[in-house]
Design a protein around this ligand. Structure first.
Ligand code: SF4
Ligand code: MG
Length: 327
């Protein structure tokens, strides 16, 4: 299938806190079945808000969300229920997201009992079989089903979080910084497990990360966000080999390379502005070495490039950003 097969998100939302904060603005994208779309940006850029909006935990104040062609924002909770089975979320902190008073089997049975089976009711034996199967699939011995979360390591707890998401047989997983709270030595194991699960189950991932280096090997495409705004959305290979937006280049330059050619670390000047009072024009202009008068006034629109990448930058559009400069 072509674009818009699985999920499309258009527009954005405004969160109301004490003052009004634009957390996600002018972001439009679609996710294709079986791919991993990673959303990368510094903390506070609106990535988590975006993820929660897509899954229906926050309603968008403007914009639209489609799932397999059906518009799903503004659905009533009961109409949203079948979508909540197909879309599951995995959170950053497996210590906080697993109830410490529940045994692993209770944690894993709960969503099955809540959602039932897609084809009707489900027997006790089937529930237990399904829990054991999903534990095995994530690499946790089902013999440990009666243990409590604190008896497991951080990596094992994140495996249990993945099992809890998978036990209702979803199509689409939103993973919000799923490895950021884990030891570096464990991170690759969880990423590899997610890749295996994707292949075995044909899963589609929306993967949220503040760290561009983490997503290099798992992403089909990468969306780079700054202050709630989409900077660049491109195939992963293009992001890493031919980044175009100055912010993408700056993020990439901060990744240490193993041997080989160092990318050259560029330190961004200026402070990250508060999202409460967004800068005029391009939200990145205060930190961008290529900012000019137009950048300070006019919001850059995402423009499609020759390879299909979307880049929102006046400098790129005007062809005045040298391809070979580090930023
Ligand atoms: Fe820099 Fe202007 Fe491009 Fe913004 S629009 S990233 S300020 S060149
Ligand atoms: Mg976050």
């Amino acid at each position: 299938g072509g674009l818009l097969d699985q999920l499309a998100f258009k527009g954005g939302r405004v969160i109301r806190t004490r003052t009004e904060v634009k957390a996600v603005n002018n972001v439009s994208f679609d996710i294709q079945e079986g791919e991993t779309l990673s959303v990368v940006g510094e903390s506070g850029c609106g990535k988590s808000t975006l993820a929660r909006t897509v899954i229906g935990l926050f309603p968008p104040t403007f914009g639209e969300i489609y799932y397999r062609g059906e518009r799903i924002d503004h659905l009533s909770p009961s109409k949203m229920l079948p979508y909540r089975t197909r879309m599951q979320m995995v959170f950053q902190d497996p210590y906080a997201s697993l109830n410490p008073r529940m045994k692993v089997k209770e944690i894993l049975e709960e969503p099955v009992l809540f959602h039932g089976s897609r084809n009707g009711s489900i027997s006790r034996v089937e529930v237990e079989e399904r829990v054991a199967a999903v534990m095995e699939q994530v690499g946790i011995d089902p013999a440990w089903a009666s243990n409590y979360p604190h008896e497991f390591s951080g990596g094992q707890r994140q495996r249990i979080s993945l099992a809890r998401a998978l036990v209702v047989d979803p199509e689409f997983i939103i993973a919000d910084e799923p490895i950021s709270a884990l030891d570096v030595s464990i991170q690759a194991q969880i990423l590899n497990l997610m890749l295996d699960l994707q292949e075995e189950r044909g899963l589609t991932y929306l993967f949220i990360s503040h760290d561009l280096s983490v997503v290099e090997h798992i992403s089909s495409r990468v969306a780079v966000m700054y202050l709630g705004t989409l900077c660049e959305l491109a195939k992963a290979s293009a992001i890493f080999q031919r980044p175009r937006h100055p912010y993408t280049r700056a993020l990439l330059s901060a990744i240490p390379t193993l041997g080989g050619s160092p990318r050259g670390h560029v330190k961004l000047e200026g402070d990250v502005p508060t999202p409460i009072r967004l800068p005029s024009g391009c939200v990145f202009h205060g930190r961008c070495p290529y900012a000019n008068a137009r950048c300070m006034e006019e919001v850059p629109m995402a423009i499609e490039q020759d390879d299909g990448a979307l880049v929102a930058c006046h400098g790129v559009e005007e062809g005045r950003i040298p391809e070979d400069s580090p930023i």
